[in-house]
Design a protein around this ligand. Structure first.
Ligand code: BDR
Ligand code: CA
Length: 372
């Protein structure tokens, strides 16, 4: 098993990603560190408990499903991290994820709210120690490079880790998988910026400095790779919840398997928002990052061929800077294409690179039905 620390801002797709991680035999979740991002850090933290209490309810009715979540039941440390960016204005994505980060589900489905007298969960070890100290302790107590760090939100916590103890991070942290940025495709928060990198471009800049995270251990998953992986709602209805999106007959908790009741409850609003953008699907940005961590692909130069290359994975190198203060371009990745082969060939290289990224990764990420 690969020991992982998941740094997250749940968040609709973060929650799907966490369910995937909990169901993964390949991973051993050591800690979940929380960040501001989709909503504020406290609301994000509470969502971790909602996931675990939902699983409790589920296993009470369907005990046979317990075996499908090998990471559930082991102690997992939960620690609060950054409440805002290193610098610059604080933004959230509540318009998309809701005030509570989960489409404000408890307004429509109060049964999902936590018991205020007892929100704790026996598997979650909530600590008052700051996220970066928890992570450093774990890194020091494991063999060098054993731990994979998966960043599903703004990378502020990662930048704080570097500021606190650069040499431990550089020498002892294993792979870093980060969902963020948009290289060759438009942004999803502005015409040019992806949300996680838009939320704290200063932190992005710090982690990509020459004395930041060692590049050979860094896997960046930008929108170019993650957006093509989505779950169309008609497919969700067929595979998971036939009653999904039928407000005329609002679903009752007892009609559904509790995990499906939970995911359907927050995906209802996601569906509404996505359809207003002209797409009847939920994009699986953060689950792709978990999939990358559990598949553990070797990072190779695109020019390297041979036995080390796991089928279906290929890394491409890109040189970029992140825009921090642009009037219209905060969070944009300014890619230096001057040295790309054919860079001056009327865009041929761009189309080829994008097709390559999509082709190489698309067929290797499972859809939700494979991981439910
Ligand atoms: C990323 O931004 C967030 O809204 C999602 O959770 C994901 O991490 C996609 O741009
Ligand atoms: Ca996220």
């Amino acid at each position: 098993r690969i020991p992982v620390i998941i740094d997250t801002d749940p968040g609709v797709d973060d929650t799907l990603a966490l369910l995937l991680a909990l169901a993964s035999e390949e991973l051993e979740i050591l800690a979940i560190t929380i960040s501001f991002g989709n909503t504020d850090v406290d609301a994000s933290l509470i969502n971790i408990f909602k996931i675990f209490h939902t699983l409790d309810k589920h296993f009470k009715r369907f005990p046979e499903d317990r075996a499908r979540f090998p990471n559930f039941g082991r102690p997992i440390i939960v620690a609060r991290g950054a409440a805002g960016p290193l610098q610059g204005e604080l933004f959230s994505a509540q318009y998309f994820h809701g005030r509570d980060g989960l489409s404000d589900i408890t307004n429509r489905h109060p049964e999902i709210a936590l018991d205020q007298n007892n929100p704790a969960h026996s598997s979650l070890v909530l600590t008052e120690t700051a996220a970066e100290d928890v992570v450093l302790d774990l890194i020091r107590s494991h063999s060098p490079r054993a731990i994979t760090y998966v960043a599903l939100g703004p990378v502020t916590n990662l930048a704080m880790l570097l500021r606190k103890d650069r040499s431990t991070i550089q020498q002892r942290l294993g792979r870093v998988v980060s969902m963020g940025g948009a290289l060759e495709v438009p942004g999803n928060t502005s015409p040019v910026a992806e949300f996680n990198f838009f939320a704290d471009p200063y932190a992005v800049r710090e982690i990509f400095q020459p004395d930041g995270i060692p590049l050979e251990r860094f896997v960046l998953l930008p929108l170019d790779i993650t957006t093509p992986h989505d779950m169309p709602f008609p497919q969700y209805r067929t595979l998971i919840d036939p009653k999904f999106g039928t407000p005329a007959t609002p679903s009752k908790e007892e009609d559904k398997r509790p995990i499906h009741h939970f995911t359907s409850s927050f995906l209802e609003k996601t569906g509404e928002v996505m359809r207003s953008f002209g797409k009847d699907a939920v994009e699986l940005h953060d689950p792709v990052a978990i999939w990358c961590a559990l598949s553990n692909p070797p990072v190779v130069d695109e020019t390297v061929e041979g036995p080390t290359l796991q089928p279906g994975w290929k890394a491409v190198r890109r040189h970029f800077e992140i825009e921090r203060i642009g009037e219209f371009t905060r969070g944009m990745l300014v890619v230096d294409r001057r040295e790309d082969e054919g860079a001056y060939d009327e865009g041929a290289n761009r189309a080829e690179t994008q097709a390559k990224l999509e082709h190489e990764l698309h067929s290797h990420v499972p859809t939700l039905n494979q991981v439910q």
